[in-house]
Design a protein around this ligand. Structure first.
Ligand SMILES: Cc1cc2nc3c(=O)[nH]c(=O)nc-3n(C[C@H](O)[C@H](O)[C@H](O)COP(=O)(O)O)c2cc1C
Length: 181
């Protein structure tokens, strides 16, 4: 059984090769709307989301990241060839007032699924937290206008795909319908 939403969920793959083409403001706003409309516990709507689209800022973030973790650290997949934002033309950064992986994760997944539905690729990125959760990350809260006491949770890179990776193996035995005896 399928429909466009199910198809987007089943076809999404983590993309780590992107075209340089910038995304339009309309697309960026649509993805922000999809993050905003994610469900949240007790309708707390804790997520503040910013999207960085300027190459100079993305490069500066990558430089700050490597200055923090140290070159030569195996910090993420393809870190020998790709910047921490995986070379995408836009990077969504999700912050919450307290540690909140559940609500921020739902917002991140909405962005990733919506991106796939729009024919775009995405990569959910935790590794940039080594910078953004640290003291050195305070600078970035100022740059992107996030309240000082907020915590970085997760990022999502989005852009036009430049690769079509094979699906990673899944474990269907872990996902079962319970049958009554
Ligand atoms: C919470 C979370 C954090 C992740 N962090 C990173 C990351 O920092 N860098 C990266 O390249 N991929 C990251 N990924 C992507 C995973 O490696 C990817 O989802 C996984 O290998 C499964 O591949 P698929 O998304 O194509 O099914 C992250 C994914 C999740 C859900």
């Amino acid at each position: 059984m399928t429909n466009p939403v199910v198809e987007a969920i089943l076809k999404r793959r983590t993309i780590r090769e992107y075209k340089d083409t910038p995304l339009s403001r309309e697309i960026l706003q649509t993805l922000l709307d999809c993050a905003m409309w994610a469900p949240s516990g007790r309708n707390s709507q804790p997520c503040h989301v910013r999207v960085i689209k300027d190459k100079s800022l993305l490069k500066e973030l990558d430089t700050d990241f490597w200055n923090k973790v140290g070159r030569g650290t195996p910090a993420y997949t393809k870190c020998d060839v790709n910047p921490v934002y995986q070379g995408a033309p836009s990077l969504f950064l999700i912050y919450t007032p307290t540690e909140d992986p559940m609500n921020s994760g739902l917002a991140a997944e909405n962005i990733a699924i919506a991106a796939e539905g729009l024919g775009l690729g995405s990569c959910i990125i935790a590794s940039v937290g080594s910078l953004l959760k640290a003291e050195e990350g305070e600078k970035w809260k100022k740059i992107i206008d996030i309240p000082e006491d907020f915590k970085f949770q997760i990022a999502v890179a989005v852009g036009e795909k430049a690769e079509d990776p094979a699906p990673k193996e899944r474990h269907p035995e872990n996902f079962r319908i319970v049958e009554a005896e």
